[in-house]
Design a protein around this ligand. Structure first.
Ligand code: C6P
Length: 410
């Protein structure tokens, strides 16, 4: 794939920040949107805007057709068996909350175990804490090894016959490791537990097949994969979704409403109460078309090449610590790092002065950072439109930052 050519699709990248060309390396937080996705959003609002599933007029039919076509694109993208298993949500956070609330209400009881890991994002921790507190369940954590991998030996100890739910990130948003979901799912299922996957940092970057993984639930966000904010997906196996109650109630999700009780529509609509993010879903479909055109395998390969190029250069900088695996082949395009003696916020501010956008902070993974014994890190994260030149600019800007703090001038 040709990243230099693909960049042309992203108008936002062609601007200066602090008098320097923008180098956008905060893709784990959110990715930029190509012209094609922006055009889809515009087209929807300019030509087809109407509510879905309600009207019989032409615009309503067009909106409904495009909304449901987007669901089919998602199904195909993640290889779900049927569109009924694809629920539109606000994003990964909402998706995980729905599982904790709805599956938790139906199936988790006092004394059951919920097993997560020390490398989870807050969105894959707090919903389980809440569920554990409400049900009197026990929340357990799988260790992370010294070199930044999920400790599978510890996983085998933590997951027991008392375990009801195992919920793990497919890719860590800090360490950049890919976790062995297939193996974890087999382990969970051997104990009659379900496997929930936080796919926020995986789906945008590599091919994902929910059936091959044998995930019971899989969550991800549109805005991290060239789609708009406010739209995401919860995949769930039909056998579970059928048995679960909706989390929200109201218009559109009902079959019949009587004075004292109501019945629900069939899947997937029973979970989608109220007017959904129609434009967002349709634009997510367009983002999927865009990614498919490039090929997820190619995107994965491109990021691997960037990391193989930049990681040794970062590791060679005196006083720079990279967190997570040190071998490039074990690292996705997410690289968290610190510079000795400098606060990551100062580093990110200095990099911004050079036009380089990175994130600094705890990356919504405070338990992991405690575990790593740091309060925050800087983090560069790459995507399909980043180039070797961007990687070089990152390295140069870090060296300039070091000089600045040594001598007081960039
Ligand atoms: N991580 C980051 O900078 P939402 O906000 O619902 O789209 O995604 C939440 C989420 C869940 N799991 C993982 C692994 C994530 O990385 C994220 C979002 C961003 O790392 C924003 S905190």
């Amino acid at each position: 794939m040709n990243a230099e050519k693909l960049r042309q699709d992203f108008p936002i990248l062609f601007q200066e920040v602090n008098d320097e060309p923008l180098i956008y390396l905060d893709n784990a937080a959110t990715t930029q949107k190509p012209k094609q996705v922006l055009a889809t959003l515009n087209h929807y609002y300019e030509m087809n805007n109407a509510n879905v599933h309600r009207g019989v007029h032409t615009l309503a039919e067009r909106a409904t057709k495009d909304y449901e076509a987007a669901r089919e694109k998602v199904r195909d993208f993640i290889h779900a068996k049927e569109t009924a298993e694809v629920l539109f949500t606000r994003g990964t956070t909402t998706s995980l909350n729905w599982v904790a609330k709805s599956f938790g209400d139906a199936f988790v009881k006092a004394g059951d175990e919920i097993v997560i890991s020390h490398m989870e994002h807050h969105s894959n921790i707090i919903p389980w804490q809440q569920l554990a507190q409400q049900k009197g369940a026990v929340l357990k954590y799988i260790r992370v090894t010294e070199d930044g991998f999920l400790d599978m030996e510890d996983a085998k100890k933590q997951i027991t016959d008392q375990t009801a739910i195992v919920s793990i990130a497919h890719v860590s948003n800090v360490l950049g490791v890919i976790n062995p979901i297939e193996e974890l799912a087999a382990l969970a299922h051997s104990h009659q537990a379900i496997m929930v996957v936080d796919g926020a940092q995986a789906v945008p970057h590599m091919p994902v097949d929910v059936q091959a993984l044998d995930a019971d639930f899989y969550a991800f966000s549109g805005h991290k994969m060239c789609g708009p904010t406010g739209i995401g997906v919860l995949y769930g196996k039909r056998e579970w979704l059928e048995q679960m109650e909706p989390v929200e109630f109201g218009g559109e999700m009902i079959d019949f409403v009587h004075l004292q009780e109501s019945t629900w529509k069939e899947l997937p609509w029973k979970f989608e109460a109220g007017t959904p993010n129609i434009a967002g879903a349709i634009a997510l479909g367009s983002a999927i078309d865009y990614l498919n055109e490039i090929g997820l395998e190619n995107i994965h390969q491109h990021e691997a090449e960037l990391v193989a190029y930049v990681l040794p250069k970062l590791q060679a900088i005196d006083g720079l610590t990279v967190y997570g695996p040190q071998a490039a082949e074990s690292h996705t395009g997410v690289i968290a790092f610190n510079l000795d003696g400098l606060h990551p916020h100062d580093v990110a501010t200095a990099l911004d002065m050079e036009g380089v956008a990175v994130r600094a902070g705890h990356h919504c993974a405070q338990p992991l950072l405690n575990y790593l014994k740091v309060s925050s890190t800087a983090r560069a994260s790459f995507y399909l439109y980043n180039t070797i030149a961007d990687a070089d600019r990152l390295v140069e800007a870090i060296l300039a930052t070091k000089e600045f703090f040594k001598h007081g001038a960039i």
